[in-house]
Design a protein. Sequence first.
Length: 219
Amino acid sequence: MAEAPLPQRAAEVGAAYDELADSYADQIPGTGPEAAVDLAMIEHLVALLPARPRVLDAGCGAGRMFPLLEGLGCRVTGIDLSPGMVRRAARDHPGVPVQVASLQALPFADATVDGVLSWYSTIHGDDTSLLAFLGEARRVLRPDGLLLLAFQSGTGVRDVGPAYRPFGHDVRLLRHDRTVDDMRPLLARCGFAVMSQLERAPVGSERGPQAVVVAQAQA
């Protein structure tokens, strides 16, 4: 039986993405890898929000989702743990405010955001880290605000760092896979109710199923 991977601290995740930032941003500058149904879930999220909503891209990376969100009429703000990713986001998308911050300590006042997008940004944290982020997302969302989570659907923890070795990077990045059924009770504990969900089979170069959940903050 294979041994479980050693836990990974947030600082290590941030350092890994600092190293990957330029390669990642150059290789994946936009939404090209996304399936149409995935993007439809983002469009669904925005359609449920007020006009010109303020949307936080939490874990924005190099900002590749910014043009999509702006094109849907959102006022976008981005945060990411990695200074390298934030540097690229600021360079490539100068019109969007972006800053270095932790998902577990969002630098925004209570009830000031209409929607929170977490596009594969919680996948490197354990359940404790995820719950901390969900609590912060609930805090910054306005009443009835919406959260979208995208993640790999499955079980277990694996090191996906070797996928970056062909690009010259030797990093360790643990990915925590979860199903929608795993996510539902965690969302409920933090004051969210699931409104819609997607679980789909892998397409293209994907190695496993994918999931997207839209949840609403409850009073």
